[in-house]
Design a protein around this ligand. Structure first.
Ligand code: PMP
Length: 360
């Protein structure tokens, strides 16, 4: 049987040990004679699962006590939609446009009539191949927040240093590099991320929010209110129980392998291997500015769309799955999240070398 490596941008490769554990516990969770899927979200067995997952995430990300951790639904998309509703009514907000996902977040904020959206920097002019430069002179401390996308999943651009300005609340879409970085939670007011890339299956979205940003707003529907969600310990309605359970297993797996520090080191090792090869290749290129290259999403191309198609088809047949770039940009993309094995990167490079030898 061919070894399959899954380079999907999300939902993505899971740790095999986690899938095996979920399988082993599927019919009888912890002596309950029930599956986790069958447990009431109010049962002590499930409450234990959530509390343990939260504590594990707090330990792994070193989340300070004055931050709430929420397990919500609706993905990153719901988060960048509800964020301005919660934090910015009647105020100005500032955004940095680093690519597709920042663009979507800006569009969502612009829909709100009583929020003024100021895009302080954009890399649209260079095709989103870098993080745009900006400084304190561009940042308004009176804005409700400054919004960044720490890693653009489609363009493969990432922040390696988080911009910090006194008195400015930084909020971040960390969907594609949560726990695969060396950021400090205390540099952010809000962090959000869907689980389906670095932390588990789709269906649960993690929100980490500083407590002073949790403001009651009686005009906001309860379901969209961070304050109400926090008051209800993420249980305002039925949470995605099975997804939260699997995220808990992935967090245990991360902790057992050295935590976020190890995940970050692994991400650097995987990415550097692939970038080194691409940069020395006479066939494949990556167009992102070196200092801004993503560790988790690596786009590359041959500069010949037909040859790209052929590469993707041959790679797929050889077990290298989901290497097709996002439909909006074409080419190829290797997504290398926490669970992606380093052997898969070596194997991909060997395959790319053989392809290059035939086509250069
Ligand atoms: N932000 C980023 C950076 C993403 O990569 C994605 C999904 N690929 C989203 C937001 C949207 O997430 P979801 O599909 O969970 O709404």
């Amino acid at each position: 049987m061919t070894t399959v490596y899954n380079f999907s941008a999300g939902p993505a490769t899971m740790p095999k040990a986690v899938l095996e554990q979920a399988q082993a516990e599927l019919l009888n969770y912890n002596g309950t004679e029930m599956s986790v899927m069958e447990l009431s979200h109010r049962s002590s067995s499930f409450i234990n699962i959530v509390e343990r997952a939260e504590q594990q995430l707090r330990d792994i990300m070193h989340i300070p006590d004055n931050y709430k951790v929420l397990f919500l639904q609706g993905g990153g998309t719901q988060q960048f939609t509800q964020l301005p509703l919660n934090l910015a009514k009647g105020q100005k907000v500032q955004y940095v446009n680093t690519g597709s996902w920042a663009t979507k977040a800006i569009k969502a904020a612009k829909r709100l009539e009583d929020v003024t959206v100021d895009v302080i920097a954009s890399s649209e002019d260079n095709g989103y191949t870098s993080v745009p430069a900006f400084g304190a002179e561009n940042v308004d401390p009176n804005a409700a927040y400054l919004y960044i996308t720490t890693n653009e999943t489609i363009g493969g651009v990432a922040y390696h240093d988080i911009p910090k300005f006194d008195g400015v609340t930084l909020v971040a879409d960390m969907s594609s590099n949560i726990t695969a970085n060396d950021y400090k939670v205390e540099d952010f007011g809000v962090i959000f991320a869907g689980a389906q890339k670095n932390l588990g299956p789709a269906g649960v979205t993690i929100v980490i929010i500083r407590e002073d940003l949790l403001k009651e707003d009686k005009t906001l529907p309860d379901f969209l209110s961070y304050a109400t969600q926090a008051d209800n310990e993420s249980m305002l309605n039925t949470p995605p129980t099975f997804a939260i359970y699997v995220v808990g297993l992935v967090l245990d797996w991360i902790a057992s392998r050295g935590g976020q520090e190890a995940m970050y080191a692994n991400a650097k090792e995987r990415a550097n291997l692939l970038y080194d090869y691409i940069d020395n290749s006479s066939l494949f290129v990556n167009n992102v500015k070196v200092e801004n290259r993503s560790l988790t999403n690596i786009p590359f191309l041959t500069n010949d769309p037909e040859l790209d198609k052929q590469f993707i088809a041959e790679a797929d047949a050889a077990g290298f799955k989901q290497l097709k770039g996002h439909r909006s940009v074409g080419g190829m993309r290797a997504s290398l999240y926490n669970a992606f094995p380093i052997e898969g990167v070596h194997a991909l490079i060997d395959f790319m070398k053989a392809f290059e030898a035939k086509h250069k």
